[in-house]
Write a protein of this length. Structure first.
Ligand code: ITT
Length: 190
């Protein structure tokens, strides 16, 4: 069975293809030839995740998986959260987003934070939602070259390296995205 993964972020596509078992065939929006931007007008990760999945389901009437992810910092009352992609203004400018976050935490001792992924699956007769959370901390300087987004400044709890220092296989075992997608896969197999 073919499932469309409703994201325009190719890093997410790569990770999800690595996380899900091979027999769950994921097709990206790019592979579907879909190039429009889906405006994220929701005020929560749940709303945006549903919005992306519903938009693509309405268009293709095929099973769709979508996800919205946010970095939630304790000392900033959960910010940047749902605004993670455009924290510094321009959507998807990871460098500017990280610099602003580091600046806002400059004098902060409490560096605790979490990544949260909310995934939505919609098929003809069903709709379901899966959440994955990874706690950790924001370090003071970018470290590591791998991954994407805020990966160079986030160390997951129980590790001594950032997501950007992990191989894609390592990140795909412990990440927020992996937790949400494994829950989805389990539900899907049943
Ligand atoms: P889609 O909406 O098309 O799926 P997006 O990149 O806009 O792609 P989000 O709305 O979920 O994705 O935005 C979340 C932002 O948080 C994203 O721009 C990344 O910079 C960051 N992010 C998401 N997942 C991440 C991860 O695993 N590691 C580090 N940063 C991540």
């Amino acid at each position: 069975m073919k499932i469309i993964f409703a994201t325009s972020n190719e890093n997410k596509v790569k990770e999800v293809k690595e996380i899900l078992p091979k027999h769950i065939a994921i097709v990206s929006l790019k592979e579907m030839g879909y190039t429009e931007d889906i405006e994220e007008t929701g005020s929560t990760l749940e709303e945006n995740s549903l919005l992306k999945a519903q938009t693509i389901f309405d268009k293709y009437k095929l099973p769709v998986l979508a996800e919205d992810t946010g970095l939630e910092v304790d000392a900033l009352q959960g910010a940047p959260g749902v605004y993670s992609a455009r924290y510094a203004g321009e959507h998807g400018n990871s460098e500017a987003n990280m610099q602003l976050l580091l600046k806002n935490l400059e004098k902060e001792d409490n560096r605790k934070a979490q990544f949260r992924t909310v995934a939505t699956f919609i098929a003809e007769n069903s709709s379901s939602i899966y959440t994955g959370v990874v706690r950790g901390e924001i370090i003071k300087e970018k470290t590591g070259e791998k991954g994407f987004g805020y990966d160079p400044i986030f160390i997951p709890a129980g590790f001594d390296k950032t997501f950007a220092e992990m191989s894609s296989q390592e990140k795909s075992i412990v990440s927020h995205r992996a937790i949400a997608m494994q829950k989805f896969a389990q539900h899907f197999e049943n």
